[in-house]
Design a binder for this molecule. Sequence first.
Ligand code: ADP
Length: 136
Amino acid sequence: MYRKILVPVDIAQLDRGEAILHRAEVLSDPQGEIVLLNVVEDLPSYLAIDVPTGLIEGALKEAREKLTALKAKCASRAHIELRTGQPAREILAAAEEHSADLVIIASHRPDLSNYIFGSTADRVVRHAACAVLVDR
Ligand code: ADP
């Protein structure tokens, strides 16, 4: 049983998100915490100048709505967290800040099944200081 589980979800892969959130519920200590995380990707600064204001705010709002719906669908007690930046870096930072003892991540998009891991999953497995469960 784990006391603090981080569940990073890509809102473009909500089916995978549902699967890993269910796993977290099963593996969590009854008094443990689950953090459901989405990272909204920052734009490179050379592009940001041309981007309409409010784009990131809109993306954060959409991400919050999707995670809230996922949490309700799974009847989960997870806390929702949103961050902006580079996904792997922010997932690793969140794991450290929360002192997570487990990260549960999906391996890759279903349509990329020839690859061993997606790039985010790969970086999290390589660099996390805690246990990582990769869901296939
Ligand atoms: P792919 O390249 O096939 O999309 P990734 O490694 O990027 O594979 O994604 C695998 C998993 O990593 C996702 O299902 C999710 O668990 C996590 N992940 C990827 N991007 C994000 C993101 N922006 N926010 C939170 N988690 C993410």
